[in-house]
Structures are given as C-alpha cells and as structure tokens.
Design a protein around this ligand. Structure first.
Ligand SMILES: Nc1ncnc2c1ncn2[C@@H]1O[C@H](COP(=O)(O)OP(=O)(O)OP(=O)(O)O)[C@@H](O)[C@H]1O
Length: 528
C-alpha cells in the first residue's frame, strides 16, 4: 500500500477487485476527498454490495456531510474509523474549542485585572492619580523603556550619565501615555522632571534628522525657559543626530519657513505659526500651559493648535498649576486624553520649607532682608520683586552691602555660580531650573497663588530640600489666606489665624509700593 493512502485504509475491509476501475482512478489522483466521492457514487452501481461494505459507505457519507458542515480537512486520527468522526464527536470538539477559548479569555481578563490592581497600588505608592480610558501602566524603572517600548540604549546611557537613575512619578506615568500615542494633560510639582517626561517620548518616537517638516513643537511662555528647554533636550539627545532648534527672531528673519525643517522645535508662541504651517507636527507640548492660556496669548495658542493639523498629532499640557479653566480648554482641543495629577493639584513642592515673615512696611522689608543675610542665609538665593524698577532699586541697596548680587539679565552668571544672589521678576518664576538654590525670598508678595507656587518652586528641585521666605506688609494681609493654605497642604508650619481670614478673590495683587531705599527722604515722598 502506498504511503499516501495508508492511513485512510487502515482497518477498512475494502473489495479492491470489485472496485478495480475506481480504485485505479483513485490511485491516480491520490486525493482523499476524491476517494470519498467515488465511494459514494459506487453505492448506486453496485447493488449486490455486502452489508458490511454498505455500512462502510454509509459511514463515509456521514463523514462527508460532517466535513462539509465543519469545513475541516481530513481528520488527523490514524486509527481505523475514528478518522470519520461522528456528529457527537464534532460537537464535542466545537464545545472543547469554545471552552478553550473561554478559558483563554478569562485568563487574559484575569491577567488584565491583576495588572490593573498592581498599577493602582503602584500609582498609590507614588502619588499618581489618573483618569481616562485604559491608562497605560506606569514605568517601574527606566529599563522598562527598552523592554516595553524598544528604547535605544544610547538614550538610557545619556540619562544615567546625567545622574537620572529612577523615573520621577510624572515620568513614570506620562512617558508611557505619550508613547502609546495618547494625549495628556498633567499637573506635577515644580522641579519634578516634567521636561524629561515630554521630551523622552519624542526622542524615542521621532526619526532623527528627518527632513519631513517639524517633528515636535514645545511651546514655552518665556524665551528664558525656551532656551533652557533646548539645553535640556540636547543633553538628553547627546550623541544622536536629532536636529533640535530654538525659534529665534534671527531664525524667522533668515530662514525660508516654508522649507524649514527640524526634529524638535522649542519656541515661545510668537511667530511660531509661520514655521509650522502645513508641517506634519507629531508632538505638540504646551509647557507651563496655564501661563500660555492666559488671556494675552490665548489667540496665538489657538492659531498654533489649528496650524498643527496632522490628525494623528499627540498633544500634551504640562504645568505645576492646572486651573479648572485650563482643564476645560484642554478637553475641548484633545481627544481621549488622560489626566495625570501627581500628589494634589496646584500644590507647592513638599521639599520647600515655607515661612511667612511680617515686615510691617517697605522699610521693614529691607531691614528684614539685611538681617537674614547677616544671620542665616546661605547662597544661592533668589529674590523676587514685582517689577524691573524694584529689581533695580533693591540691587542698588544690596550692592552697598557688598553682596555678590545680580539682576535677572544676569541669569547665566547666577547659573554658573559667579553671583550668589539674583534679584528677579516673575519672568523667571516659571520653569527655570537653577541648581541647588537654597532659598527663595518673596521680597514682594506674589500676585497670585500660582505665582507663589512657581516662585518658591525654584528651590527644592529634583528631590533636594529648599527654603522659601515670604515677606508681607499690612497691605498684603488680605491675601495671606491662600498662601497659608498652600503651606498647610505641603506640610510647612503655617499661621492658623491666616487660614481663618476672609476668602478673597485674588486678582493680580500688585499694589503700588514705596520705593526700596534706606536713604532718608522727606515724609510722604514717593519715588517713581
Ligand atoms: N528622574 C530624575 N532623576 C533625577 N533628576 C531628574 C530626573 N528627571 C529630571 N531631573 C532633574 O530635575 C530637575 C528639574 O526638572 P524639570 O526642570 O524638568 O522640572 P519641572 O517639573 O519641569 O519643574 P517646573 O514646574 O519648575 O518647570 C532638572 O535639573 C532635571 O535634570
């Protein structure tokens, strides 16, 4: 018996003589289905067939019908007639298959729920709060960037070289969200590594040195922050071919923006629209989003969002303060976005020890500052005032004291450690990352709670501890309540009497203050 037919004939009593014609035909074709067909045709021609053979043929017919019904090929069984499964056995097989599928599904479901439980516990442990449809699991460590997302070793090495060993909570959650192509709006404390949270997915997903338009756009509210973000991006991308550009006035003047291309473009909202019009932007980040959404810039932001018309764009919003109106705006422009809050929304960093000092008057403030320098202040110190003019005035006063002081135009000197005290306005209150600032002094009371959170957040960054001193005068007292609440919720000692103050709607508290000067002057005189 030929190899090809052996399993079909095993155990079958077959009268080859009587069916010699058909048998030879069958041998030629060697097709199992053909054999079944022939056997069935022969039933009519050979009326004197033995009972046993008739039974055999009947079984073949049953088998044929069954095979048609289930659409399967020949059975894998090799023993006798078990090859022609009965209707019962087919049903059993189907049932078995169904049971197997159900079991597999329920195991997958179980696995999914177990993973969700683990994620929930992990998020709780790291103070990560999320809302949105099936949020991707947070990162356990940076190594997961390669195991889960195929991150190149170079990026991980760069992070390690920068001393970035473990992801911060915002990085643990926001990176997988953005890598999964989901949009997100995130609120995480100052100095908690939001920059890497949005830059890392770009460096993993964008093709370096692509000439195909602008891969990613990072919008910052100030030039100072944009320059810093560029520096950070370049550090993370060290050794790669990424083209990372800062949008400057010169660039706008020189370049033919219709042909302009780069991988990551960092810019303030001004004039960005021209550079990205008709370009296939894949990532759009609004850093310090609440500042960007402030009324003055809203129109420009709207234009930029519209200009980024790539339907598969991934947009994200990041800030340490996320007011409700920004959330509402975010929801109108984003689809299926995930909301990520680290710790509690709109709270000051826990790493900053906050203190309120009553100075009575403007003169009292200067005395209190001098006293602090004489007694306890360790550089570097960052002092915030409410205007450039006041920065000039205070600078002149501190120069007299022979303190190594500079004004916000001298940010680089301060960064390099050449000056120990920097007097600044709110222009550098957001996002600026000065290493190891020991103390922030709010010489002039901040004009809003979010300004307070961002100002004092220049200290206590990347897990370091810091200090913040806020001087206040009589006219600031009505606005103390919110600051005291901030102190309370971030674990600093707070004046409980201030919590009991009447709630006041805080609209840019920037009173006209007396000139900063200790030189005697006529009573009632006010310098400009
Ligand atoms: N995983 C990490 N481990 C250690 N340091 C980190 C990590 N991620 C970022 N950093 C460092 O922490 C510092 C603060 O990061 P970053 O400026 O991104 O904070 P931020 O959350 O954007 O703050 P802000 O709200 O003030 O803008 C930077 O010096 C950065 O290099």
């Amino acid at each position: 018996m030929e190899k090809g037919t052996s399993f079909l004939f095993a155990g079958v009593h077959f009268n080859k003589k009587k069916f010699s014609t058909d048998f030879s035909r069958f041998q030629k074709k060697k097709e199992n289905d053909e054999l079944v067909e022939n056997l069935s045709l022969n039933e009519n021609r050979e009326s004197d067939e033995s009972e046993e053979e008739e039974k055999d043929e009947e079984k073949v017919r049953v088998k044929k019908r069954k095979r048609k019904a289930v659409g399967s090929g020949p059975s894998e069984s090799v023993e006798g007639f078990s090859v022609f499964k009965s209707s019962k056995s087919v049903e059993a097989t189907v049932k078995e298959e169904n049971e197997k599928t159900e079991k597999k599904l329920s195991q997958e479901k179980k696995k999914f729920y177990q993973q969700q439980e683990r994620d929930a516990l992990f998020r709780k442990e790291h103070n990560i709060h999320v809302s949105g449809n099936t949020v991707p699991s947070p990162l356990i460590d940076f190594a997961e960037l390669s195991s889960r997302y195929g991150c190149k070793a170079k990026l991980l090495r760069n992070l390690a070289d920068l001393g970035i060993k473990q992801p911060t909570p915002i990085q643990r959650q926001a990176i997988p969200i953005l890598l999964s192509g989901r949009e997100c709006f995130a609120c995480a404390p100052t100095g908690s590594g939001k920059t890497l949270a949005f830059v890392c997915p770009m460096l993993m997903k964008l093709k370096p040195a692509s000439k195909d338009g602008v891969g990613a756009v990072i919008l910052c509210p100030t030039r100072e922050l944009a320059s810093q973000t560029i520096r950070e991006c370049k550090k993370f991308a060290e050794g790669s071919k990424f083209c990372i550009k800062l949008m400057t006035k010169q660039l706008i003047r020189k370049a033919d923006l219709s042909k302009f291309s780069c991988d990551i473009l960092v810019s303030t909202p001004l004039r960005l629209k021209l550079a990205i019009r008709k370009k296939k932007v894949q990532y759009l980040v609004l850093d310090e989003s609440d500042k960007l959404f402030e009324l003055g810039l809203l129109k420009q932001i709207d234009c930029i969002v519209k200009a980024c018309s790539n339907p598969s764009i991934v947009r994200s919003l990041f800030s340490a303060t996320l007011p409700d109106f920004v959330e509402e705006l975010a929801r109108t422009i984003m689809h299926d976005a995930v909301r990520v809050i680290i710790r509690r929304k709109n709270t000051a960093s826990e790493n900053v020890k906050q203190k309120l000092v009553f100075a009575g008057s403007e003169e009292g403030k200067l005395l209190a500052l001098r006293q602090s320098f004489a007694e306890s202040l360790n550089p570097p110190v960052l002092i915030f005032v409410q205007s450039k003019e006041r920065a000039k005035e205070l600078y002149a006063e501190l120069l007299v004291d022979d303190i190594r002081v500079d004004r916000d135009s001298a940010v680089d000197n301060f960064r390099a450690g050449k000056t120990w005290v920097l007097i600044a306005t709110d222009v550098i209150a957001r996002g600026m990352d000065f290493k190891a600032i020991n103390c922030v002094i709010n010489y002039d009371f901040p004009d809003s709670t979010s300004a307070y959170i961002h100002r004092i957040g220049r200290s206590g960054r990347a897990g370091r501890s810091g200090q913040a001193i806020t001087l206040y005068t009589e006219e600031d007292i009505p606005f103390l309540r919110n600051i005291a609440n901030e102190m309370k919720s971030s674990g600093s000692v707070f004046p409980s009497w201030a919590i009991g103050l009447q709630k006041k709607k805080w609209k840019k508290h920037r009173p006209r203050r007396d000139t900063i000067s200790t030189t005697p002057r006529d009573k009632g005189e006010k310098k400009k």
